[in-house]
Write a protein of this length. Sequence first.
Length: 199
Amino acid sequence: MARTQAADYDERKEAIVDTAAALFAREGYNGASVADLAKRGKFSKSLIYHYYQSKDDILFDVMISHVRALEEAAKEATAGAEPPARKLRELAHRFMALYVGAADRHKVLLNDLDHLPKARRNEIVAVQRRLIETVQKLLVEIEPALKRKSGASFAAAMLFFGAINWTHTWFNPKGPVSAGALAEMAVDWTLGGVRKAAE
């Protein structure tokens, strides 16, 4: 007879992932052990190994949960009949909210992707590529002339991500500039550059 899943299974697993994200963000993946994770989260090691076979598995869940949340945000932002510039602004706002709300996961994604086995790394990268393609598509819809210049839409999309991806290194959510205002600035900066590039 199969063992039934505990009612709080998902909550416990999420607690492990949240704690791991904070630990890996602070110490780096190589600088943190499962014993460190157990101590920080006040878990037993046996509880951790009940959910995960290895530290690699935990790292993957930290990253995949974050990129899937970004992908879902992108789908929601680009659904409907709003103009593409409005969709890009909505996407930027949703991404900044996730970057602030899941700063540890975002930092781990940016710093520790190479520690994943190739197959799992490829799974993360595939989601990232879809996100880039989503932004590329919006930028081409906003400025169709980008299609006439080789590599221009990709470069513009990467510059957009460059403007927001590393905000976790300096942005203070309690500071004078809000995450929403920063999202607007990133879009304004991107669109200004796109128009110039398309000339």
